[in-house]
Design a protein. Structure first.
Length: 547
């Protein structure tokens, strides 16, 4: 049995989730559902990043305490994830005492192991607001690509930055140019991990890393890793547990990734279980596979900084195995812009559309290997043509025919060796693709069997054989029921709500990743549609809401 750890990225609790963010998070739940169906031990964690500068900025603008402000969106996230069917074992938040303690322990381990050092540096200070500025409070021109960037990272060229790297700097709060003042901070000696991280990356990149992670991480290593500050002059965050550093906080980029470990330990305490099998390499505990699921902009924090922290802390902590880093999602051909309301907000989307429709589109058409676009036309046609037209139609016409002609009981029949082999091949192919996080290909594979099943139904013509060869008709419908039962298993990681509906109709056990059978004579529940058609007039209506 394999111990599967899945770490989902931590969304900033400074505003509602939009579809672009959701697209980068959804693969984590697909992986968790699949591995549970396989019988693996799964620990799937994430949480709301309540300490990030975006939270503090927005809270200040609304005149609220950061914790209360973050709670608003944390609760909204929990509701959205629940309605979308996310199966986190622990979805927590970074402003909890438990998280603070784990982060401090990691910090002290790094310090004790000689991986942290102090340095007095010039840090940007706003004389108007009378405060040192966190990196994200500073904006200016990126020295690499010349685009407008924040003081921690350029969104355009992905360069990791310090505020001093920028030209034409301004304070995000007041718009005035900041000055520089000396202040002492702890630094992580990231450069000392260069050789070890090069070996790690060379071994890991062929084992489940997406191409964008391989390329971007390789670029950072080629340029040479730079030591990075791990503390900041802030009022909101995790206290630095060292005398003389009172009033300073542990920098969010080291603190947030540490949440993967703190959330795991918190889950263990609350559930009375052990976190070690998912984190500490020990042959007696079984193998570990660790997936990290996030957006492209978070790659270096998961492929370099978090591995360096785990190495520096010691204790055989398991490094990331599979980096599931999504590309960007655009909206109707344009970049998401919250300021222009050029966005599709997840709470709003869930108020009008079924979660399976959203999940299906984001996997089948999402930014897995390259940037992708969400358009209302494609979303609605995808639902009507694929979910309803192909899959839903096959299920409905099969079960409705049985209800009408066989008294809602599965007729007598035999599943041919050919179909049994087809189904086994589908489990094998789709499973291998899911484990490699090639989710679009896995879903395409399963839907190729949906189309094959529709072709079989049409060729066997049960509506004709029902009149002159009832045994042949029954055998066709028996075969279709077996296909439907197995499609409910195969599609459960992707579209769980409709899969659960099929499971109820056929009285199936919990999902399993293996060929299953439904015996003749079993009563089928009252037939109900899996999906409703979406009127195409909604395309223009939804497009009109944008902006």
């Amino acid at each position: 049995m394999t111990n599967v750890f899945i770490g989902g990225a931590w969304p900033y609790a400074n505003g509602s989730l939009h579809l672009g963010r959701l697209a980068s998070l959804l693969p984590g739940d697909v992986l968790a559902r699949y591995h549970r169906a396989r019988g693996d031990q799964v620990l799937y964690v994430s949480g709301s990043d309540c300490h990030g500068t975006p939270v503090a900025v927005q809270a200040a603008q609304e005149g609220m305490e950061p914790g209360k402000f973050a709670s608003r969106y944390h609760e909204e996230f929990l509701d959205c994830f629940s309605r979308l069917g996310f199966t986190y074992d622990n979805y927590t938040r970074t402003d909890q005492p438990f998280h603070h303690e784990v982060v401090k322990q990691l910090f002290l381990k790094l310090l004790a192991n000689g991986h942290l050092f102090t340095r007095t540096v010039q840090q940007t200070y706003c004389e108007t607001d009378e405060r040192f500025l966190p990196d994200r409070y500073v904006e200016g021109i990126c020295p690499v690509c010349g685009k407008r960037a924040r003081g921690d990272q350029c969104d355009y060229c992905s360069t990791l930055l310090d505020p001093s790297d920028l030209t034409d700097r301004t304070c995000k709060l007041c718009g005035n140019p900041p000055v520089e003042r000396p202040t002492a901070h702890y630094y992580l000696e990231l450069s000392a991990f260069q050789d070890e991280l090069e070996r790690y990356v060379s071994q890991a990149k062929g084992n489940g890393w997406r191409d964008n992670a391989i390329q971007l991480t390789g670029r950072y290593l080629k340029e040479g890793l730079q030591d990075r500050a791990v503390t900041r002059d802030l009022t909101w965050g995790v206290d630095v547990p060292v005398e003389g550093f009172e009033g300073k906080k542990i920098y969010v980029w080291i603190e947030a990734v540490s949440g993967y470990l703190s959330a795991s330990k918190q889950w263990a305490v609350e559930q009375g279980k052990r976190w070690e099998p998912f984190w500490i390499d020990d042959p007696a505990e079984g193998p570990i596979i660790a997936y990290y699921v996030h957006g492209k902009d978070n790659i270096p924090f998961h492929t370099l900084i978090w591995p360096a922290i785990l190495l520096g802390a010691g204790g055989r902590l398991h490094l990331p195995d599979r980096i599931v880093s999504c590309e960007h999602l655009t909206l109707e051909g344009q970049k998401f812009s919250t300021s222009r309301n050029w966005a599709v907000w997840v709470p709003d989307l869930l108020s009008r559309y079924e979660p399976d429709s959203i999940r299906y589109f984001l996997i089948a058409n999402g930014p897995e290997k390259k940037d992708a676009d969400f358009s209302w036309r494609e979303f609605i046609h995808s639902h009507n043509g694929e979910l309803l037209g192909a899959y839903g139609n096959f299920v409905n016409r099969t079960l409705a025919f049985i209800a009408k002609s066989f008294g809602s009981r599965v007729p007598e029949g035999t599943l041919s060796d050919s179909w049994r082999s087809n189904l086994q091949d589908c489990y094998n192919q789709a499973g291998r693709l899911i484990e490699e996080a090639r989710l679009k290909e896995a879903l395409d594979t399963i839907f190729s069997y949906v189309r094959l099943a529709n072709k079989y139904y049409d060729e066997e013509r049960p509506w004709v054989t029902a009149k002159d060869n009832l045994a042949a008709c029954g055998n066709t419908l028996f075969t279709c029921v077996q296909i439907i039962a197995n499609l409910a298993n195969l599609l459960q990681p992707f579209i769980p709500f409709s899969s659960d509906k099929v499971r109820r109709l056929l009285s199936l056990e919990k999902p399993a990743w293996q060929v299953i059978s439904v015996e003749s004579g079993r009563t089928i529940g009252p037939v109900e549609l899996l999906f409703e058609r979406i009127d195409t007039t909604r395309i223009e209506e939804e497009s009109g809401r944008l902006g």
